[in-house]
Each structure stands twice: as structure tokens, then as C-alpha cells.
Ligand binder design. Sequence first.
Ligand code: C2E
Ligand code: CA
Ligand code: CA
Ligand code: CA
Length: 280
Amino acid sequence: RKDLGRDGYSFFDSSMNANAQEYLQLIHDLRFAVERGELVLHYQPKFDDPAQPVVGAEALVRWNHPSRGLVLPDDFIPVAEKTGLITAIDNWVLNEACRQLKIWRDTELGADWTVAVNVSAVQFRHPQLIETVRQALDRHQLPARSLILEITETTTMRDVEESLAILQQLAKMGVKISIDDFGTGYSSLMYLRRLPANELKIDRGFVRELKQDTEDAAIVSAIVALGKALSLNVVAEGVETMSQQKLLAELGCNSLQGYLLGRPMAADDFMCAADDRLQT
Ligand code: C2E
Ligand code: CA
Ligand code: CA
Ligand code: CA
């Protein structure tokens, strides 16, 4: 570890399983990833009801690195947030997702689909956010209600008053707000009541080992009750097994996302999969 600095401290995450050289290389490569067209979006289907057709997709970014292959967001989004590169990435994601959604909505099958885009903590507070969203919708001639912005509970909890102001502007424009990774922060009821959101996404952590009569099950049913009381759609993410799906239904949660129903996939594959579902 001699390359980590003379005075014995490291400004690199110890979790970063790469040496300093490699980390710097990553930042360097990432700087050009957008302009070189190396980013791609995969789309994971969302269901209001697993027995019904797809209602939309969540866009998930991947980096097609020339030598490393497909890099997942957890390996470059945190770096992008620290270096400020996230703004260019998030803007690209927003525009690309809107471009794709427009193509889908011009087909019979996808006419009512929505697309959900993840907004990083940095991007959420960017002064240009509202304008950027408005421009993306205009450019691709999409109704605001066809776009869902996923913002984590933790992000909205930081400076609550400012968050409310931003969310109110977005809601006024007509875009939908989904509170991602819900249950991991500590939103108060008072706060939630004021939050102009449309959806709560139960964090995958509560679904992973979901079993009857466990703490996780109690938390899921509490979130479902909360959603009902506040007229919010409640979605469970990370659904991998039939038994999870069944139990979620028993707990009152039918809106689902997860490998069981569909993995994130390239746009063309997404359309084929949605079409196949209707045929069978
Ligand atoms: P997230 O928003 O909570 O997204 C869900 C993650 O869970 C995705 O990982 C998805 O592929 C994965 N997943 C979906 N279903 C299942 C399942 O049944 N089982 C398991 N084990 N995993 C499942 P992914 O694509 O690696 O993304 C990780 C995180 O990176 C996302 O978490 C999100 O916070 C962030 N991210 C992804 N795309 C973007 C983006 O375009 N912009 C920003 N700012 N962040 C993004
Ligand atoms: Ca998400
Ligand atoms: Ca999530
Ligand atoms: Ca997450």
C-alpha cells in the first residue's frame, strides 16, 4: 500500500478494491465515457399487477468499458458523484430514457408505458434540474406524467424544506415522484404527508429474506398501510421468488419489480419480452 500517500492516510475508500492508480484511471476513463457513447441503458419491467401487462420500465445505466466490459452502476456512480461527473451522466440518462420511451409510446404495445429514471443526490439539488427535465420532455414530445423520477428516501431527507420545494416544482410540472429505497431512512409521518410523491418503493433489503411473521413482513405491511393512508402506490423491488410474490400479495403489495418478473435488459429485448408476455 505504499502508493497511498506518505502520511499514512488514504483518501480512497478502503472498500474500493482497486489501487490508487486504477482508481485514477477509472476517473479518467469515466470523464470520456459519455462523449464516447460508452454508456447504455438497460430497462427492467415494472408491473402494477404481475398478471397484467408491463406498465413501464426503470432505466438502469451500465458502462460499456472498452477493456473492462460491462460495468455496473455501483462501481462508477459513487465515483461520478464524488467527481462531479454525475451531472453529465444523469443528463444523458434522462435524455436517452426519454428518447427510448417516445419510440415505445409510438407503438401500440407501449402507448401507455412510463419510464422511471434514478436521480442522484447531487442531481436532485442541481439548480438546472427542473429546466433539464422540462427540456427532455419537450425535446421528445412526452407528457410529463409518463416520466417517473426515482429519488431515494435518504436524499429527500437531507434538508427537508429544500427537498419539498424541489419536489413541489416537479409535481407541478406533472412528472411522477417515486421514493426509492424506502424504509431505510427515517421519514416521519408529518414529513411524508407533505411530500408530493406518487410512489413508495420498498427497499430490496426488506424483500430479500421476506417470510411470514417476521420483522420484514411487519415492515412491509406497515409501508403498505402508510401508502394506502397517503394514496401512494407501493412497489416492491428485488422480487426473486414466487413465495416472495405470494407473500407480498398477502401483505397487500401487488406492484412489483424483480428478477422473477424480468431482469434489466437492452431496449430491444425489453420490447420483445413485453410482446412475448402478451402472446402467452
Ligand atoms: P436501485 O435504483 O435501487 O435499482 C435496483 C437495483 O436492483 C438495480 O441494480 C437492479 O438491477 C437490481 N435488481 C432488480 N431486481 C432485482 C432482483 O430481483 N434481485 C436483485 N438481487 N437485484 C435486483 P443496478 O442496475 O446494478 O443499479 C444499482 C443502483 O445504481 C441503483 O439502485 C441506483 O441507485 C443506481 N443507478 C442505476 N442506474 C442509475 C442512473 O441512471 N443514475 C443514477 N444516478 N443512479 C443509477
Ligand atoms: Ca431505483
Ligand atoms: Ca431501490
Ligand atoms: Ca439501491
